[in-house]
Every structure is written in structure tokens, then in C-alpha cells.
Write a protein that binds this ligand. Structure first.
Ligand SMILES: Cc1ncc(COP(=O)(O)O)c(C=O)c1O
Length: 302
């Protein structure tokens, strides 16, 4: 199946889709983005993702991005043209490319720029994600070397990429980044959680130190509905190693059990009971966006 991308007003085959070489996303990472799950051809949790994109754009002072209704039309068209049923939608909105009237590589914001907008999507076999969740994954800890505004979802992801690769080189699936006080901030592309001795979920509170994950927000809601206590406070690596369970959350993988940290087992070294419950609750949440939630649940791994 040929893949189609939306770029600045046009739907193009991927090989022909391109942005301007002077686009500020290329030179200054001057763009925000979202990754959103697609379930049975429908967009899951659109409103919170849109709200976060708006917030990122406001923090970056990027104006003129199409409104919610227009973004929704483009997003649905992108999915339709790709005949995507299960997968991920990518939206990137940036300050745009300066024209010839503007000096080249001027880091200040040129006036009268038309913002750039890109949308792509790709299929995901969520059954494979479910298989990974059934086994659990390992994480490797390392210093958090990112800038001080990681609450803004920008495409400036080099420290995250370096951290993730370092984790993979160490035989782990994800990196857990640690601040100067020894507290875990978050994963390279996920939010970090533990389950304490009382069975309560512990995750770092929202601040400029972490991204306000949409999956984090959804899981907090699901936990509260299931009468699982949630404590938003920082935790250390030592606490995580002594915890009953650990997991991380993201749109790409939902809640994902962590069975080892730096090569040492968490709990009994297998996915924990509370985490498994959340994995299933989250899958049901995603499936509820499908036209046929039961069929969607099967496609998401049951
Ligand atoms: C640094 C970081 N933290 C957390 C997340 C999880 O966010 P969400 O649940 O919205 O996918 C991501 C997702 O890309 C991320 O990049």
C-alpha cells in the first residue's frame, strides 16, 4: 500500500512529500508534534492530544496553525487516504520556512511566516505490543541531559534519542532518566511509574521536568475509577528497585511492565498484577474508540 503524507496543504505520496530546506524545524527544531493512536480507523483521545499541541505551540509562540476542526479534517483525510485502521498518526506543526526576504538562519522569529503542518500515519500491529507487554521489558537508568522545558513536546529529541540508543546498547528497551537529586524524571519517550508496598501507583507530578503524557493522564483516570490509589510524587532508582512493580506509559505502547532496572529484577522479575490490570483497562479504553469495541479489543491484543 502506498503511503500518503499531508504537507502544507497537499496530500502526496511519501517519496514526493517534502518540506523547505530552510524550514525552521530542520535548522532549529522549531516545531511541536503529537503521536496519536488510531483504532479501527478512528482517532483515540483526540481532544487531550489537541489541547497539548495547542499548549506546546503557545509556549513556543507559534501562531496561525489551523484550528481544531481543520486539523481534524486533515487528520481524518490522512487516515482515509492511507486506509489506516490500526496504527499511529503523527502531527508536526512548526514556525515554517523564511522566504528570500528574510536573512538566512536568523534565529529570531521572522515575521509573516506561514507555519508548516505535516501529518503522516503508519500501521502498527498492536498484537506485537501486547506480546511485549505480556513479557515485560528492561530499562537502563542514566542522567537526564535534556533542556529545562521538556514539558513542551518539541521535535528537539536528540537527547532522548541518545538516551534510548544507550539503553538499547545496554540490552534494555527503554531509558529511565534521572535528575541531579537521584529521582527518575521519565523515560526517553515514556512516563515512569512504580507500584509501592501499599499497592498505590507512584509517578512524578507534572512540572517542566516531564512531558504531560496523555497515556499518563488516561491511566490516572482509569486507576481512580478502579479504586487504585495514585500518588504523584518523585521516586528514586533505589525505590523503583525495591518497588512491588514498575512500568512506563506512552501512546505507542500503553502501560508497559518493567521487569528489570539496570539488569536487576523488579519484584519477582515478571510483570506485576496491578500493571497487568492497567494494561487491560487501557486496552479497553482504546478499544472503546472503535466502531465495534469488542472487535477492536481483539485487534489490540485482547
Ligand atoms: C519524553 C516523553 N515522555 C512521555 C511520553 C508519553 O506521552 P504520551 O503518553 O502522550 O504518548 C512521550 C511520548 O512521546 C515522550 O516523548
Amino acid at each position: 500500500m502506498s503511503r500518503v503524507a499531508y504537507v502544507n496543504g497537499r496530500y502526496l505520496p511519501l517519496a514526493q512529500a517534502a518540506i523547505h530546506v530552510d524550514d525552521r524545524a530542520v535548522q532549529f527544531a522549531d516545531a511541536a508534534y503529537e503521536v496519536i493512536a488510531v483504532v479501527d480507523g478512528r482517532i483515540a483521545d483526540w481532544q487531550p492530544h489537541l489541547a497539548r499541541l495547542r499548549r506546546s505551540l503557545a509556549e513556543l509562540r507559534i501562531e496561525g496553525v489551523p484550528d481544531a476542526a481543520a486539523l481534524g479534517v486533515i487528520a481524518r483525510q490522512t487516515l482515509r487516504r492511507n486506509r489506516l485502521r490500526y496504527g499511529l498518526l503523527y502531527i508536526q506543526a512548526g514556525r515554517g520556512a523564511p522566504g528570500l526576504r528574510h536573512p538566512a538562519r536568523d534565529s529570531t522569529f521572522p515575521k509573516d511566516l506561514r507555519p508548516s503542518l505535516i501529518m503522516t500515519c503508519r500501521p502498527v500491529d498492536f498484537r506485537k505490543v501486547a506480546a511485549r507487554a505480556a513479557a515485560g521489558v528492561a530499562v537502563a537508568t542514566m542522567p537526564d541531559e535534556r533542556w529545562a522545558r521538556v514539558d513542551i513536546k518539541t521535535v528537539s529529541l536528540l537527547p532522548n534519542a541518545l538516551a534510548k540508543q544507550r539503553a538499547r546498547d545496554a540490552g534494555a528497551f527503554e531509558a529511565w532518566m534521572v535528575d541531579r537529586d537521584g529521582h527518575v524524571t521519565e523515560g526517553a519517550s515514556t512516563n515512569a511509574w512504580i507500584v509501592d508496598a501499599d499497592g498505590a501507583l507512584v509517578t512524578r507530578p507534572l512540572s517542566t521536568d516531564i512531558l504531560a503524557g496523555i497515556t499518563r493522564q488516561v491511566v490516572i483516570g482509569l486507576a481512580r475509577d478502579a479504586a487504585i490509589p495514585v500518588r504523584e510524587r518523585p521516586f528514586t532508582v533505589a525505590e523503583a528497585l525495591a518497588a512491588r512493580e514498575a512500568f512506563f506509559t506512552s501512546t505507542t505502547g500503553g502501560p508497559m511492565p518493567v521487569v528489570a532496572i539496570d539488569g536487576r529484577p523488579v519484584g519477582n522479575g515478571a510483570p506485576g498484577e496491578t500493571t497487568e490490570r492497567l494494561v487491560h483497562l487501557y486496552r479497553r479504553h482504546l478499544a472503546s474508540f472503535g466502531a465495534d469495541p469488542e472487535a477492536a479489543l481483539q485487534a489490540l491484543g485482547g
